[in-house]
Design a protein around this ligand. Structure first.
Ligand code: NOJ
Length: 577
């Protein structure tokens, strides 16, 4: 497997919200080409572009009706070819998003299945119900309350859909399905793309017989098909038979386990280059429930990040590092502070994740500190199906409309999908479109935009740019071990990166205050007097900071402050020791 991506940074583009060139209010492929200069400016190596294939757009492209054609909403095949060629000139590779757990119900295969063609019925999971009106098993739908099965009266059969009923699950047990999917991959490789992101790919192997799940209330089915029985075999086959081991691949792993992620991303297994896991983005879920809000449990977050970092290293796996994507609320509004300490906390979060071991992903707008929606005041402002369904469910549970709205404003995926804020002009939709944007722009566009940050050395944008370049300059960031520090400190996330090789030892210390309050490092934890000091597992003399090189920080006079054992609200720094 290729491992060049250890030094790389990926930028995720949600095309419909990135840049509209046609004036129809939806971003397009030409818009991405237009912004390549901007992307090169950040220094990113790859662009992961979420699906732009022909689709009824029920789940904004994650319901693919034709894997080989571009949805006219986003442009033409010529536009894509131009984008690939232009990106190539900038030495930026494209990673396409392959949605292989399911298709759209409008896909030709499913239409033929509905027409009763046996060959295509076997492309999906069609089963008899247990009785009239009773689905074949007790699996829950993953995104909306209710069953994962939909009844088709004219066939008197049910089909499985872990996501929306318009997204029927493909049957990977059927070798014909796997061959069709390989053809899709080969087609895009031939077009010149440099990698792939595979959507919820750890859910594709369903257990034989699709049994009832009798384990845990409310989790029905999950544990049976998550990292399912043949998943490693299937992924290896896909990679080996399409020759994509030399490209960059990332699997989106829903509710996955650490030991599986090691196996998925261990180079010798030839499955994937790396994995996205999501446990660190659930530490503000009350009792693990997405639609119940609570403040972030920082200690749980810290433990999760360290465990994954250390275990992935021990097992030879590789992490995709990220805070944001098109399914997540904006991180600065979530684990940071999008008010008083907006700038400090956005930078701190960037530093905390980018200095870890793995390949960082920047989601469009994260590099300028885009926030959750500030001006959405009714359910009609939201577009996302998952949001709509769960709003209804919240009302059904007895929540008031105000309370339900408060929850969806914190949790909706639309928080991450508002148009990219290029310029300060709210009348021009922040430079996103001349038309009416498909989703309302955030009202803070006058304050948060690319235009005001791109030439400001103190901006979040400039900070991110520096993070990307540090990974290329410092081998220790790409390849070093991660040693947790101050593990029990209730406010600080700190770690060292250490790399020993023929040239000697390289060491970096990263220290981040995750709170809006000053954080004090007790003398028992850290001795600033020049005597031996023990932090975490490794000994580190902080008097070293005198001689060490400050690589990056989000406040002025950081070194003075940290030598005194104090970190200001959301203060963060990295030193080369
Ligand atoms: C994960 C994608 O990121 C999300 O947007 C989509 O709704 C589901 N997979 C289903 O494809």
């Amino acid at each position: 497997m290729n491992t060049d991506f250890h030094k790389s940074t990926v930028y995720q583009i949600y095309p419909r919200s990135f840049q509209d060139t046609s004036g129809n209010g939806t971003g397009d492929l030409k818009g991405i080409t237009r912004k390549l200069d901007y992307l090169k400016g950040i220094g990113v190596d790859y662009l992961w572009i979420t699906p732009f294939f022909v689709s009824p757009q029920v789940d904004n492209g994650y319901d693919v009706a034709d894997y080989y054609r571009i949805d006219p909403l986003f442009g033409t095949m010529e536009d894509l070819e131009e984008l690939i060629a232009e990106a190539d000139r900038y030495e930026i590779g494209l990673m396409l998003d392959m949605v292989f757990n399911h298709t759209s119900d409008e896909h030709e295969w499913f239409q033929k299945a509905l027409a009763g063609e046996k060959k295509y019925m076997d492309f999906y999971y069609f089963r008899r119900g247990k009785g009239p009106g009773v689905p074949p098993n007790n699996w829950d739908n993953r995104v909306a309350p209710g069953s994962a099965w939909e009844y088709v009266p004219h066939l008197d059969l049910w089909y499985l859909h872990l996501y929306d009923r318009k997204q029927p699950d493909l049957n990977w047990e059927n070798p014909l399905v796997r061959e069709e999917l390989k053809k899709v991959v080969r087609f895009w490789v031939e077009k010149g793309v440099k990698g792939f992101r595979f959507d919820v790919v750890n859910l594709v192997s369903k257990p034989e017989g699709l049994p009832d799940d009798n384990a845990e209330e409310g989790m029905n089915g999950k544990q049976l098909y998550t990292d399912g029985p043949k998943i490693h075999e299937f992924l290896h086959e896909l990679t080996a038979d399409t020759g994509i081991a030399s490209l960059v691949t990332v699997g989106e792993m829903a509710s996955t386990g650490l030991s599986h992620c090691i196996r998925y991303s261990k180079p010798e297994n030839e499955e994937l280059s790396m994995t996205f896991s999501f446990h660190h983005l659930k530490t503000d879920y009350k009792d693990g429930k997405k639609w119940e809000v609570m403040p972030n449990d920082f200690m749980a977050l810290k433990k999760l990040l360290f465990t994954w970092q250390q275990e992935m290293k021990r097992g030879g796996g590789w992490n995709a590092l990220f805070w944001c994507n098109h399914d997540q609320p904006r991180i600065v509004s979530r684990y940071g502070d999008d008010g008083k300490y907006w700038k400090e906390s956005a930078k701190m979060l960037g530093l905390a994740i980018h200095m870890l071991r793995g390949t960082p992903y920047i989601y469009q707008g994260e590099e300028i500190g885009m926030t959750n929606v500030k001006n959405y005041d009714c359910i009609q402002d939201f577009n996302d199906t998952e949001t709509q369904d769960n709003y209804k469910a919240l009302l059904k549970q007895g929540k008031s409309p105000e309370e339900a709205l408060r929850i969806i404003c914190a949790r909706s995926r639309d928080n991450g999908r508002t148009p990219m804020q290029w310029t300060a002009d709210p009348k021009a939709n922040g430079g996103f479109t001349d038309g009416t944007p498909w989703l309302k722009c955030n009202s803070n566009v006058a304050d948060i935009n690319v235009e005001s940050q791109i030439n400001d050395p103190d901006s979040i944008y400039s900070f991110y740019k520096k993070l990307v370049s540090l990974r290329k300059e410092q081998e220790v960031i790409a390849e070093g071990d991660v040693i947790p520090c101050l593990e029990n400190h209730p406010q600080i996330f700190a770690y060292q990166r250490v790399l020993k090789n023929a040239e000697g030892e390289q060491k970096i210390l990263v220290i981040c205050n995750f709170t809006g309050k000053e954080a004090v490092i007790g003398k028992e934890e850290l001795n600033f007097a020049g005597e031996e000091a023990v932090i975490g597992k490794e000994e580190l003399n902080f008097a070293d900071i005198e001689d060490s090189r400050l690589l990056i920080s989000n406040y002025k006079d950081t070194s003075v402050q940290i030598r005194n054992g104090r970190l200001r609200p959301f203060e963060a720094a990295a030193y080369q020791i």
